[in-house]
Design a protein around this ligand. Structure first.
Ligand SMILES: C[S@@+](CC[C@H](N)C(=O)[O-])C[C@H]1O[C@@H](n2cnc3c(N)ncnc32)[C@H](O)[C@@H]1O
Length: 278
């Protein structure tokens, strides 16, 4: 290649690389969660041996390491500071946990989190909220998200605990400590073609659901009559509701574009199902 061509190539690849490289957003300084808060976060999320936990901004690795040590949980932590990643991996080896957990130097915003059953984080409030769309698009329904101190705005937590801890004075200047637990909801908004128990309707019915995160409302069209839904609850992939003015509770499991469940009316359980139609 001629020198001019070579230089042109260098200039162009240089520009391309410069354009590709976005600065990593600093999601928060290194401030470790007090060990008692770590224990509470894991307890509220009911972390167990079958869970896969990802800590976003893992610091010295204490959340992932504690989960592995106490509950046999597998998982990983992502962290931008190389020395913290090294320290956490060394601790994993030293404590005999390296077969279950690891730590990687990686930007949390670009991390594939789809394998997680539990997400933990102690990050700045604006970062926590920047992650909301990522959580909803990448995480499976039922995945638990535990946030130390900062909430996901507009998302009703499953649990919310406030306590006073002396340890927090040196971190945030106040004793107030908050832990929020969220559960990723299934996507249920839309029209569903439902096969109701014969006692409710022998005709296919239309279930119309509206959704804002975990808040669901709607109605069912039964034999041409629109009946509002009451007491609608959605926790992960579990949906339940009642029909206004009628006895019994519908429960069901959402599996992508279908729902299968039972109507429990006075102790008698009959199956119902629905398929997403639009
Ligand atoms: C408040 S500390 C929390 C540490 C640990 N999760 C805990 O609760 O003890 C936040 C950590 O996130 C890391 N961090 C900040 N921005 C990040 C990013 N974009 N990707 C990965 N880690 C990041 C920081 O270096 C810091 O160690």
């Amino acid at each position: 290649m001629k020198l001019v061509g070579f230089l042109t190539l260098l200039v162009f690849t240089g520009f391309a690389q410069a354009a590709d490289v976005e600065p990593i957003k600093n999601a928060g300084p290194y401030v470790p969660s007090p060990q008692s808060v770590v224990a509470d976060m894991l307890r509220y999320a009911e972390v167990g041996p079958n869970d896969f936990l990802i800590d976003l901004g893992s610091g010295d690795g204490r959340i992932v390491l504690t989960a592995a040590k106490l509950f046999g949980t597998r998982g990983f932590g992502v962290e931008i500071k190389e020395n913290l990643v090294r320290r956490a991996n060394e601790a994993a080896h030293k404590e005999g946990l390296a077969d279950r957990v690891k730590f990687v130097k990686q930007d949390l915003f670009k991390t594939d989190i789809s394998k997680a059953t539990v997400i933990t984080m102690y990050l700045l409030p604006d970062t926590v909220n920047l992650l909301k769309d990522k959580f909803l698009s990448e995480l499976r329904p039922g995945t638990r998200i535990v946030s130390h101190d900062y909430p996901l705005t507009g998302w009703i937590p499953e649990k919310y605990v406030q306590m006073d801890l002396e340890d927090k004075i040196q971190i945030s200047g106040v004793t107030t400590t908050l832990i929020y637990l969220y559960v990723v909801p299934a996507k249920v908004a839309g029209h569903w073609s439902a096969q109701m128990p014969p006692a409710v309707s022998r005709q296919p019915a239309t279930l119309r659901l509206r959704q804002q995160l975990t808040r669901v409302s709607g109605s069912v069209v039964l034999d041409g009559e629109e009946v509002p839904l009451e007491d609608v609850r959605l926790r992960g992939d579990r949906l339940s509701f009642k029909l206004a003015g009628r006895k019994g509770e519908f429960t069901g499991q959402v599996k992508g574009s279908s729902i299968e469940g039972t109507l429990d009316a006075g102790g008698t359980k009959t199956p119902w199902s629905a398929a997403l139609s639009g």
